[in-house]
Design a protein around this ligand. Sequence first.
Ligand SMILES: Nc1ncnc2c1ncn2[C@@H]1O[C@H](COP(=O)(O)OP(=O)(O)OP(=O)(O)O)[C@@H](O)[C@H]1O
Ligand SMILES: O=C(O)c1ccc[n+]([C@@H]2O[C@H](COP(=O)([O-])O)[C@@H](O)[C@H]2O)c1
Length: 165
Amino acid sequence: MQDNTDLDEIWFVVSPQNPFKKQKSLLHEFDRLKMVELAIADHFYFRASDVEFHMPRPSYTIDTLTVLADKYPQHQFKLIIGGDNLTHFCKWKNYEQILEYFGLYVYPRPGSHPEFSHPNVKFVEAPLMDISATFIRESIKNGHSVKYLLPQPVEDYIRDKKLFV
Ligand SMILES: Nc1ncnc2c1ncn2[C@@H]1O[C@H](COP(=O)(O)OP(=O)(O)OP(=O)(O)O)[C@@H](O)[C@H]1O
Ligand SMILES: O=C(O)c1ccc[n+]([C@@H]2O[C@H](COP(=O)([O-])O)[C@@H](O)[C@H]2O)c1
């Protein structure tokens, strides 16, 4: 996204509770934050954010963007999502406000062909990556290699803490 857009920085916001996901299917938020930090440690323009840890749950993105915009008035925020997420985007809380006040950058995902026409939705041309979190979790559970699917420090963390087994 950074190579193919005008974005100066990419912030990875860890959501304690996606409104559409079951709580017990999610790892503890601190493990997820740690894995993001490990994954992006060597990228100067990437940042891991725990802003949603201090906000009401479930984690509604319009509220997060509003808090971020308020806290960092010097920045202009856009929301990055994968193409598959665009299918249900109209069910998100106040999605029209996300579009009107912030805007979306959509990363293409294999197998998803979202149709959405709005001046503030930008479809970014970027390399397709046929990787899913479900596939990685299943591979670990089945004892299969996840080398090349994850940054090595993240794989080490998962193995050390025996996550997803
Ligand atoms: N390979 C990918 N290409 C493009 N976007 C992706 C890809 N994997 C995840 N995303 C996007 O990243 C965000 C977080 O996705 P998420 O953590 O649910 O990953 P996932 O692989 O879809 O997970 P799961 O397999 O558990 O459903 C979403 O906006 C999703 O669309
Ligand atoms: O705001 C909403 O209504 C909303 C509904 C579904 C998902 N989201 C957000 O979408 C992001 C992607 O979620 P996930 O779990 O697929 O990584 C995460 O930040 C969620 O909180 C937000």
